[in-house]
Design a protein around this ligand. Structure first.
Ligand code: B12
Length: 213
């Protein structure tokens, strides 16, 4: 699989920090033309850049508007280069962020990875209230509910959603991913036999392929 060179990463990263959307588009298009797959673009270009930008922002080396601009550019690139017409099975997934969780880019990538693998994905984006998630799951009846959890402070709300889905839909799988998982919350989730924690798009793709056969 074709990898992204450090020089391409730096070119993209600098353009992103400068807010140069056109240059970002050109770089992504060129990489896709060279045969780099979308998953690598997501992780080795977008995610890597945003994690760096998060650090700069955290250390007050980047203003809030500059961070927001970079975030908006990345989101627009994900939409611009999204897979289309890939869904070819009756398998369904609902991908969502929980209430008060505004980090939606990871979830958007997850949704697109499902679509690239033929699934019908219902991507709901940021901050969906608990009872609305439950109603929607009842309406759509998906095989999987994928929850994205970035902000550790949302732990209480997050466990409430997991608890309710488990209680009302005990046969459904709940996939969980996002940066808050690394804070030892795997342990908290052990008691839920229907929950699968996944910490990378590579592992997600493997999991989807197993579920698709
Ligand atoms: C952009 C951003 C925002 C934007 C988000 C806008 C948007 N449209 O998404 C805004 C401005 C809203 C925001 C707000 C805040 N943010 Co913020 N934000 C970020 C930033 C810079 C990038 C996030 C991002 O998109 N990363 C790139 C994506 C691709 O990475 P990812 O989310 O990890 O997703 C990958 C994997 O985790 C996985 N994955 C994710 N979800 C799922 C789900 C499943 C099912 C699976 C299988 C996999 C999976 O797949 C993805 C691809 O590999 C990060 C920095 C960072 N380190 O990420 C901080 C960061 C996430 N934010 C943080 C904080 C603290 C906040 C605020 C509290 C700041 C404040 N004081 O107001 C608020 C909270 C808002 C809220 N209630 O949610 C912290 C979170 C710390 C923590 N873990 O608790 C971070 C880490 C910054 C930091 N260094 O401190 N933020």
């Amino acid at each position: 699989m074709k990898q992204i060179k450090q020089s391409d990463f730096l070119g993209f990263y600098n353009a992103l920090v400068d807010g140069d959307k056109d240059k970002c588009i050109q770089i992504v298009q060129a990489l896709l033309d060279e045969g780099v797959v979308l998953k690598n673009i997501y992780v080795d270009l977008f995610q890597k850049s945003l994690y760096r930008i998060g650090k700069l922002w955290d250390h007050n080396k980047l203003s809030i508007p500059e961070e927001h601009l970079a975030t908006q550019i990345v989101e627009s690139l994900i939409d611009r280069f999204a897979p289309v017409g890939k869904s070819n099975s009756d398998k369904k997934v609902v991908v969502t962020c929980i209430d008060k969780e505004y980090h939606q880019i990871g979830a958007k990538m997850v949704s697109n990875i499902f679509e690239l693998n033929g699934w019908k994905s219902y991507y709901l984006g940021a901050s969906v209230p608990n009872k609305e998630i439950l109603k929607f799951v009842k309406q759509i009846d998906p095989e999987i509910i994928a929850l994205s959890w970035s902000l550790y402070l949302n732990l209480g709300r997050f466990l409430e959603v997991v608890d309710h889905i488990t209680r009302f839909f005990p046969t459904k799988k709940i996939l969980i991913g996002g940066q808050a998982l690394s804070e030892n919350s795997d342990n908290i989730l052990k008691k839920y036999k229907n929950v699968v924690c996944i910490n990378s798009l590579d592992s997600l793709e493997l999991y989807i392929k197993q579920k698709s056969v």
